[in-house]
Design a binder for this molecule. Sequence first.
Ligand SMILES: C[S@@+](CC[C@H](N)C(=O)[O-])C[C@H]1O[C@@H](n2cnc3c(N)ncnc32)[C@H](O)[C@@H]1O
Length: 398
Amino acid sequence: MTQASKIIRIAAKGDGVTANGQHAPMAAPGDLLLPDGSLEHGPHHVSPPCRHFGTCGACQLQHCDEGALADFVRNRVVYAAQSQGMEPETVTAPAMSPPFSRRRASLRAINGGGRPLIGFTQAGSHKVVDMQECHVLHPRLFAVVNSLRGYLGRIKGRYAIGIEMTLVDQGVDLNISGFTPEGLEQTENLLDFCREHGLARVTLDHGYGAESFWEPEPVTITLGGVPVAFPPGAFLQATADGEASLVAACQEWLKGSAKIADLFAGLGTFALSLSGVSHVLAAEADMAAISALRSVANRMQQRIECAHRDLFRNPLRAEELAEFDAVILDPPRAGARSQVEQIAKSGIERVVYISCNPSSWARDAAQLKEAGYTLAELRPVGQFRWSTHVELASLFVR
Ligand SMILES: C[S@@+](CC[C@H](N)C(=O)[O-])C[C@H]1O[C@@H](n2cnc3c(N)ncnc32)[C@H](O)[C@@H]1O
């Protein structure tokens, strides 16, 4: 390379890319990649707010300003559609979650030379970044990280602990794996810790599923205005405003649909927001999640029918789908190849596909296109701020 080249976009893995396809790590659109490989920062390059940026695996894009971040999220989903020859009729501006709004996180804690290290891991490694600050976590979660450091500081010996944190209706819920308090003193210390910090729940997972250690009152998460029992480790959208954007898309697109199938329904994020006006079938493979939804639906007399069903092996068949006006699907990262095959064969008119993985979504969307669906609207959702993960809501019609 003899001339400087401008970075024109951010690639899926977070590198900056020039017009002639050169990649540069930590580059923002508008930066110049100089012949010696160094970068001259442009107008969209900002100073990363967090001291851990560069080592912590949670954020890859803190060097990009708000406009560049929103473009990244938008482009990821639009390029995924275009890769299958689809031009969405409408693409809305990305809904970007603000800093300090993440309500779920998986952290690790280890004893690093006599003191506890606790935080996210480094990218592609098990090394723990000892989190002194975090600009994505909700402050209530971050406060517990600090307190945990104090508690773990009193524990001698080696440990490597997984900590799943969720902000639920009652406060902070911790699901801890790889740790058992030993003896009366450690048990009492952990109980004191839970009490002192007003934790909503602590479950301990010794490899046989989560056991409740502390839960002064039953833990719930409110979805569609209804508190639902929250099983340890159940799925929850990463931010409350990300969830609100996805719910708004479903409500808007499915207004007037009398009967809706909500597939990969989890605890009922969409089902509970739609059941006021529509009949909903919620299908989900996680027994604890669908049982929690069933029990709240029965108690609150919501118009929701619940099915415990593995939709990979046993997708809702085209004949079963025929009785619905619309379908929502929100599968895990792998996508929903066999379920989409059945949707493509059915006569269903409206399909809302929510996805956290534009690649598997694009593969499945190609099947819908083949079956005669058009992509009417695409809504990028940036609920994994500063990371390379993006969420999307899409409406297909036929
Ligand atoms: C991305 S989450 C969406 C959950 C829900 N729609 C929400 O927004 O809260 C994907 C859901 O698919 C469920 N799931 C994973 N594999 C499944 C399968 N083979 N069949 C049915 N559900 C599955 C997970 O348990 C999880 O609840």
